[in-house]
Design a protein around this ligand. Structure first.
Ligand SMILES: [Mg+2]
Length: 264
């Protein structure tokens, strides 16, 4: 169910919201930008599967630890050292102690974890079916389809390739925070993207899952905001402001764009 902001005056003529919000000039949305993690795919579910597969592989390779204990240590290492730290599995062995790999070369156990993690990545990193279908539909509209994503550039770029959605995006509209020089939630990030593409915020839509990093700054900049609340660690959080629209999947996004913004 797509929700609209309350308090909009009723109109007898059913004009798209976009037309009603301008000075009588037809101004359809120029561009729609997407966040990647927990917007295009379930980062949370994916990460959980990949970590479990890694722990299981390490145990098969000789790690002497309870599966739940090893998984908990791995989760803690990722929390403490960040998901982009390079030595997660080594740290897990450090924490479990030398008895956990006694009689084995620890490098082999670590390698088993790394290989299983990457194998899961190949197999499981997929967009939701509705995301694929709606991005494909959007690619047939005149709108610019972009990405504004925070994280390590090469990792985020790799996700777009693995997710197999690149063909539906506008090549010049893909932005990673490391390259732009501003990170979320700095509103300058969103301003800079629009400057680069000569777009107006009131004619741009941002779709993201994070209320404080995606929705609040875009609201501040005058964008139309769409919050996807489907999964992930931000699903229960609230920001300082509400998104203009909330959706649970991309089919709702398509209906919203068609019904309220006249996109076809
Ligand atoms: Mg996200």
């Amino acid at each position: 169910m797509a929700t609209s902001a309350p308090g909009r005056p009723p109109t007898t003529l059913r004009l798209p919201a976009w037309l009603r919000s301008t000075d009588g000039v037809t101004q359809p949305p120029q561009a729609i930008f997407f966040d990647i993690d927990d917007t295009l795919f379930s980062t949370t579910v994916f990460a959980d599967k990949a970590r479990r597969a890694a722990v299981d592989a390490m145990i098969r390779a000789g790690l002497r630890a309870d599966r739940a204990d090893a998984t908990r240590e791995l989760d803690d290492v990722i929390t403490e050292f960040s998901s982009n730290y390079g030595g997660h599995f080594d740290k897990v062995l450090d924490r479990l102690g030398p008895e956990s790999f006694e009689g084995h070369n620890r490098a082999v156990i670590v390698a088993a974890g790394v290989v299983a993690y990457h194998a899961t990545k190949w197999r499981e990193l997929k967009v939701y079916d509705d995301v694929y279908e709606v991005l494909k539909w959007l690619a047939g509209t005149p709108m610019v389809r972009g990405i504004i994503s925070a994280g390590i550039t090469i990792k985020q770029a790799e996700k777009l390739i693995r997710l197999e959605v690149l063909e539906f995006l506008t090549p010049a509209a893909i932005f990673f925070t490391d390259q732009v020089g501003f990170s979320k939630p700095n509103p300058k990030l969103y301003r800079r993207v629009l400057q680069r593409l000569s777009l107006q915020p009131q004619r741009c839509i941002y779709v993201g899952d994070n209320p404080t990093h995606d929705i609040d700054p875009c609201n501040r900049e005058g964008w139309t905001t769409v919050r996807i609340r489907r999964s992930g660690r931000h699903a229960a959080e609230e920001g300082a402001t509400n998104a203009k629209h909330e959706i649970r999947d991309f089919f709702e996004l398509r209906r919203l764009l068609q019904d309220e913004y006249g996109v076809s």
